[in-house]
Design a protein. Structure first.
Length: 305
């Protein structure tokens, strides 16, 4: 749970500390034998086999993660409706995403649950989160995100993970939708080089979080490991906030071959530099599994001594 701060308010993450996030949920579910070839992706299992999601979270608990990110990334009312799932049941499934992580977290005291809120493009299930610019206004995107954020907020996660955000307009919409919940949030862009996936300068993207008390960290995820350090340095410089960093393994997705290619480049050693630059929430995204998180946990712990 969140560490209490003087005066009773909750501060997250703990001042001066570093929290280890989990790794990719999809790769762990695939390793457990789950078929994710579905427009709902990991969210399909919220309805069809929730025990698999709980087991995947538990694998990261046992690897040493301090924070579990829920399975709601690609979950939305529209996607559930295409499966014949009505709005009330869809809301219950969104809440279940938080409950399953909380049940796994109970195995070890002090683990926090971050409710994943993926971008509009993720729910479309066509890869458009990696380019942004959907042709939707900020107001339209806010209207899209608000109901799903309200649903997961009802399950009382410790923080909202506004993640894999491809452009500034969507970041603004997600922050507007999340504000009424009163929950802390982290804002994490997917980037390539020094720009958002939509091509905007990262300094401009990070500046959106400056001065917003509800934003406890800002940074990047679902990107190449080599893009992390510069982004962390810039996020801290622009916002004065702790950074969040959880890149992919470094392998590349070949859309034509529908397979991952190239060697993994994510290393626990590199994470020490991210930490030194101001990252206080560090983990992995696609293709980063429990073994890598365990190595990250050990390296960060040794570096703290």
């Amino acid at each position: 749970m969140l560490p209490p701060a003087p005066g009773g308010e909750r501060r997250w993450p703990a001042a001066g500390g570093t929290l280890v996030l989990d790794g990719g949920l999809s790769n762990q579910l695939a390793d457990q034998g789950c078929d994710l070839a579905d427009p709902l992706w990991t969210a399909r299992l919220l309805a069809d086999d929730p025990g698999q999601i709980r087991a995947a979270h538990t694998a990261y608990v046992r690897a040493g993660a301090d924070v579990l990110i829920t399975s709601g990334y690609q979950a939305g009312y529209e996607g559930f409706a295409r499966r014949g799932i009505g709005r009330a049941e869809a809301s219950a499934l969104l809440r279940r995403s938080v409950t399953l992580a909380r049940e796994a977290a109970a195995e070890r005291p002090g683990i926090a649950v971050a409710a994943s809120v993926g971008p509009y493009g993720a729910v479309l299930a066509d890869g458009s989160e990696y380019r942004g610019r959907y042709g939707r206004t900020v107001r339209e995107l806010t209207g899209f995100h608000r109901p799903r954020i309200e649903a997961v907020a009802q399950a009382a996660p410790d923080v909202l993970a506004l993640e894999t955000v491809p452009d500034i307009d969507e970041a603004e919409a997600m922050l507007c939708a999340a504000a009424p919940t009163g929950l802390p949030v982290w804002l994490s862009y997917t980037v390539e080089g020094g720009r958002t996936r939509a091509g905007q300068p990262l300094a401009e993207a990070f500046a959106l979080a400056a001065g917003r008390d509800e934003v406890v960290a800002v940074g990047v995820n679902c990107c190449a490991p080599q893009d992390v350090l510069a982004a962390v340095e810039l996020a801290v410089a622009v916002t004065g906030k702790p950074a969040v960093a959880y890149p992919n393994s470094g392998e590349r997705w070949d859309a034509a071959a529908r397979s991952w290619v190239g060697p993994p480049t994510f290393t626990a050693e590199a994470a020490l530099a991210w930490q030194a630059a101001g990252a206080r929430l560090i983990g992995g995204c696609c293709r980063v599994g429990p073994a890598t998180i365990q190595a990250l946990r050990g390296r960060l712990d040794r570096g703290a001594r």
